[in-house]
Design a protein around this ligand. Structure first.
Ligand code: 3PG
Ligand code: MG
Length: 395
């Protein structure tokens, strides 16, 4: 994998694939973590005198221009963070992109409109994707891959463009890969993984793989209810993926066989409904009333999880422990975050939601060894999969 320093960028047009997929409330960016993470590479290129063309996606507009997925608000924020204007192209690789790029001086930056406005970006058909990649590549002379959060996607801007232009990995991709490598090779033990989030089905591959690697696996969040149900417990109206019960029973057996300490919640906040102000009680995890739904892990579970994290040497955490967007149900996620901050293990927070939760809860980001910008990407890496956007950089 070539690095930025290996490219001669002065005076040249450099296409940077960034991950600027930030949460928006209307046109307001609610967490700019990914934009900030993309700044160092762009700044390095600016200082080296490149003409910087940034491309990125936002949301899932499915191949059509949809104004609510425009990157325009992101261009504004990126400009503020860089301390210089970011020219915005109103299309991805059409006339606006071409004229915007043509007017760039050395050290200036442009952002193209949402890559996913173009059906070629995500097409499963190699020729269609390649045709769009050629249009993108024609805008530039060099390519830098810095959108770690998207390297698990076999998309034109991630996978095909690097085959068309001399390329290198940006500092963010290099840093993320280095961290994830530490979680897969010569990991210091005890190695503890905390998984949460709504759906166990998103995490099947990673759980199967982690069961062969970790000493302890702590499961919270919505996915924990499928584990509790798999053990035969009533989970009321809690999130339940009934079609995953067999799979999850398999995980429970596998963990027992391998001596992995698979830790489930022992108590939960059982609410009368899914709402910010829903009344709730703390109940045993095996005693959730049929008309209640668990929205967070309870106080005994928070203590248990903290104890299981206390002597860890390596920790990876992905997925909130409850509905942290609601203040009343954010305590479990906060407790896990605080346990990571208190520990002197190598601690990695993986993923959009957990990273956003850390920032939303006002926790110091430097309390963690690394906060990844990639959710799906870091999980697929840990799953042992080949990530198309990383494979494309090897040559
Ligand atoms: C993410 O938000 O996980 C990345 O930006 C990738 O987005 P995607 O899941 O829509 O491909
Ligand atoms: Mg995602």
């Amino acid at each position: 994998m070539r690095k930025l320093d290996d490219l001669e960028v002065k005076g040249r047009r450099v296409l940077v694939r960034a991950d600027l997929n930030v949460p928006l409330d209307g046109a307001t960016i609610t967490d700019d973590g990914r934009i900030r993470a993309s700044v160092p590479t762009i700044t390095a290129l600016v200082e080296a005198g490149a003409k910087v063309i940034v491309c990125a996606h936002l949301g899932r507009p499915k191949g059509q221009p949809k104004p609510e997925f425009s990157l325009r608000p992101v261009a504004r924020r990126l400009g503020e963070l860089l301390g210089q204007e970011v020219a915005f192209a109103g299309d991805v690789a059409g006339p606006s992109a071409q004229s915007t790029v043509a007017s760039l001086q050395d050290g200036q930056v442009a952002l193209l409109e949402n890559l996913r406005y173009e059906p070629g970006e995500e097409s499963k058909d190699d020729a269609t994707r390649r045709a769009f990649a050629e249009k993108l590549a024609a805008l530039a002379e060099l390519y830098v891959s810095d959108g770690f959060g998207a390297v698990h996607r076999k998309h034109a801007s991630v996978y095909d463009v690097p085959a068309l232009l001399p390329h290198a990995a940006g500092g963010l991709v290099v840093a993320e890969v280095e961290v994830l490598r530490k979680l897969t090779e010569d990991t210091e033990r005890p190695y503890v993984v905390v998984l949460g989030g709504a759906k166990v089905s998103d995490k099947l591959g990673v759980i199967a793989n982690l069961l062969t690697k970790v000493d302890r696996l702590l499961v919270g969040g919505g996915m924990a209810y499928t584990f509790l149900a798999a053990q035969g417990h009533e989970v009321g109206n809690s999130l339940l993926q009934a079609d995953q019960l067999d799979q999850v029973r398999g995980f429970l057996d596998e963990a027992a066989k391998r001596g992995v300490d698979l830790v489930l919640p022992v108590d939960v906040l059982a609410a009368t409904g899914f709402a910010e102000d829903a009344p709730y009680d703390v109940v045993g995890a095996t005693e959730i009333p049929a008309d209640r739904e668990g929205l967070d892990i309870g106080p005994a579970t928070r203590e248990l999880f903290a104890a299981k994290l206390a002597d860890a040497r390596t920790v990876f955490w992905n997925g909130p422990m409850g509905v942290f967007e609601f203040e009343a149900f954010s305590g479990g996620t906060r407790a896990v975050a605080e346990a990571l901050i208190a520990s002197d293990a190598f601690t990695v927070v993986g993923g959009g939601d957990s990273a956003a939760a850390v920032r939303k809860l006002g926790l110091a980001e430097d309390g963690f060894s690394h906060i990844s910008t990639g959710g799906g990407a870091s999980l697929e890496y840990l799953e042992g999969k080949t990530l198309p956007g990383l494979a494309a950089l090897e040559d």
